[in-house]
Design a protein around this ligand. Structure first.
Ligand SMILES: [Zn+2]
Length: 461
C-alpha cells in the first residue's frame, strides 16, 4: 500500500503560524506518470493535468544528464510542522525551518509530499511491539498518573520503571502530542521513501526526520523512534543496496546497530568522538560483523573541526565509499549540531561547506532521501536547511534573510551565512592522513567483495 500523496504548490499569503502557507492540491500516487514526473490531479478534484514547475516533461535520464532539472519532493504540512515543533529538544524549530524556506520562495521549485501517520505495524517494522504500544499510550499514562491522586506507590513505581526501560526519561521526556509525533515522523519518512521507490521524484527532503539514535526498544538522545531505519527498510522493497550517510555531530548509533550484520546497507557516519561524549560509540575500528564486515564505516573527528577540512574529508571518503559499494539509493542525515554557534560547541562548521557536501551526494543522481537531525541553534539550522534546499533545487537565494514572521530570530546580522568561530581545530594533518588511509583499506575490502559477487553472478548466468 502506498502512503504518499503529492501536492502542487503555489504560495498564497495567509498570516497564521507561518507567514504564508502553500496552496496545496492533493494528488493520488496512482495518478503519477513516473517516467517524466508529469502529475495529474486526482479525478475526484477534476480531470486537469498539471505539470510540476521544476519537472519539465523530459525523461529522467535527460534530466539527470542536464543535471539542472532535478525533481525534488519536500515533506510538509502545516499540521505536521505544528506537531514536530512540540519536540522538547527542538521546540518550535520546525516552524522556523519551513517558514524561512517559504520566505525564500523555494516552495514553487519543489513537489510537496503530504505527511502520513504510520500504523502500529509500520512502526513495528523496526521497533518491538511492546515499545510501540507503550510509546503510543505514554502521554495517556503520564496524564493518568499525574491526575490520579489515588495512585498507589506500587503503581507509580511500576510506571517509572517502564519509562526507564523504554528510555522515556532525561533527554526523552513524555510530552503532549508524543503519539501523534512518532506516527508522523516515521510515516512521513515512509511516504518519502515510497515516492523514491515509485520514481515520482529524484530526491526527497524531510527536514523533520532523521532521528538516528532511537533503538529497537528504547528512545535515546532526543530520538523517540528511528524513522531512518524504517525508511531504509522501505527503500529496500525497491532498491538492493542502500548507502546511509550521517553528518550529525553525534555518531549515528541507532542506524549503525540496526544494520551491523548486513552487506546490503553501508552506514557511514562522520561524528565527533571523544571520551565522555554522547553516545560514546563510532570508533574507527568499529566496522560491522558477519556478512556486514566493513559495511560500517566510522569517521571519528576531534574538537574544533572547520568547514573546509570537513568538506575535504567528506568529499574523499564518500566518493571512495560510493565507488566501492555502488549503492542503488542513498539516505543522508543532515544533523546541524556541528555548525559554529551550536550550543554543543564542539565543531566549527560553516553552512556553505556543509551544504556543498550534501549537494555532492545528490549530484551522483541516485534516488536520495535527505533528512534533518540534531541542531540546537534553531536559527542556524533553519539557515542551513534553507541553503541546502536552495542548492538541491538550483534556486539561487540572497545572503540577506528575507522579512517574514520569524525575521527577528536571525539578528543581529540577518545574514544567511554564519560567522565561523575562532575555536582551534585539533584535527591535525597526521591524524587525518591516518584515518583516511585506514578507511581506504576498509573500502578496498568492500570493493573486492562486490567485484567477487559480480563475477559469481556473471559465471552463473
Ligand atoms: Zn546530534
Amino acid at each position: 500500500m502506498d502512503h504518499f500523496n503529492i501536492e502542487m504548490v503555489n504560495s498564497v499569503v495567509d498570516s497564521d503560524r507561518l507567514s504564508s502557507q502553500p496552496n496545496t492540491r492533493s494528488i493520488n500516487i496512482n495518478d503519477i506518470r513516473t517516467d517524466d514526473c508529469l502529475i495529474k490531479r486526482s479525478r475526484s478534484v477534476d480531470n486537469a493535468f498539471l505539470e510540476a514547475s521544476s519537472c519539465e516533461s523530459t525523461s529522467r535520464k535527460r534530466r539527470q544528464r542536464h543535471n539542472n532539472h532535478r525533481c525534488v519532493g519536500y515533506v510538509y504540512s502545516m499540521a505536521y510542522a505544528d506537531v514536530a515543533a512540540l519536540l522538547p529538544s527542538n521546540y518550535d524549530r520546525s516552524l522556523l525551518v519551513h517558514s524561512l524556506i517559504e520566505a525564500y520562495d523555494i516552495w514553487n521549485r519543489v513537489i510537496i509530499i503530504s505527511p502520513y501517520a504510520a500504523t502500529d505495524d509500520e512502526l513495528a517494522a523496526f521497533h518491538s511491539s511492546d515499545f510501540v504500544e507503550f510509546m503510543l499510550q505514554a502521554e495517556k499514562y503520564d496524564e493518568n498518573v499525574k491526575q490520579n491522586t489515588k495512585s498507589t506507590s506500587d503503581e507509580e513505581s511500576s510506571y517509572e520503571e517502564l519509562l526507564s526501560d523504554y528510555g522515556l526519561e532525561h533527554d526523552c521526556p513524555v510530552f503532549k502530542g508524543l503519539g501523534e509525533y512518532i506516527r508522523l515522523v516515521v510515516g512521513s519518512t515512509i511516504a518519502a521513501a515510497q515516492a523514491l521507490n515509485k520514481g515520482a521524484v529524484d530526491v526527497v527532503i524531510h527536514w523533520d526526520g532523521g532521528r538516528h539514535h532511537a533503538k529497537k526498544s528504547s528512545a535515546q538522545g532526543f530520538c523517540y523512534v528511528n524513522d531512518i531505519v524504517i525508511g531504509i527498510i522501505e527503500l529496500r522493497k525497491k532498491f538492493d543496496k542502500i548507502l546511509y550517510i550521517d553528518l550529525d555531530l553525534h555518531h549515528g548509533d541507532g542506524v549503525e546497530s540496526a544494520f551491523l550484520y548486513s552487506d546490503k546497507i553501508l552506514t557511514l557516519s562522520f561524528h565527533h568522538y571523544a571520551v565522555g561524549f554522547y553516545p560514546g560509540t563510532g570508533k574507527l575500528n568499529d566496522i560491522g560483523h558477519g556478512l556486514g564486515l566493513y559495511h560500517t564505516i566510522n569517521v571519528p573527528l576531534k574538537r574544533g573541526l572547520n568547514g573546509s577540512l570537513f568538506r575535504r574529508i567528506f568529499s574523499q571518503v564518500t566518493k571512495q565509499t560510493f565507488e566501492a559499494f555502488r549503492p542503488d539509493a542513498i539516505i543522508i542525515q543532515c544533523g546541524c549540531d556541528g555548525l559554529a554557534g551550536d550550543p554543543s560547541r564542539e565543531w566549527n562548521l560553516d553552512i556553505d561547506n556543509f551544504g556543498k557536501c550534501v549537494r555532492q551526494v545528490v549530484e551522483w543522481n541516485k534516488p536520495t532521501l535527505v533528512l534533518g537531525g540534531g541542531g540546537y541553534n534553531h536559527a542556524n539550522v533553519a539557515r542551513c536547511n534553507a541553503y541546502i534546499t536552495s542548492l538541491l533545487t538550483n534556486t539561487p537565494i540572497s545572503e540577506d534573510i528575507p522579512e517574514h514572521k520569524y525575521f527577528e530570530e536571525y539578528g543581529p546580522d540577518f545574514s544567511l551565512l554564519i560567522d565561523p568561530g575562532n575555536q582551534q581545530d585539533t584535527n591535525d594533518e597526521d591524524y587525518i592522513v591516518s584515518i583516511l588511509s585506514t578507511i581506504e583499506k576498509y573500502l578496498e575490502t568492500v570493493r573486492s567483495k562486490r567485484e567477487s559477487y559480480h563475477q559469481r553472478d556473471i559465471s552463473k548466468s
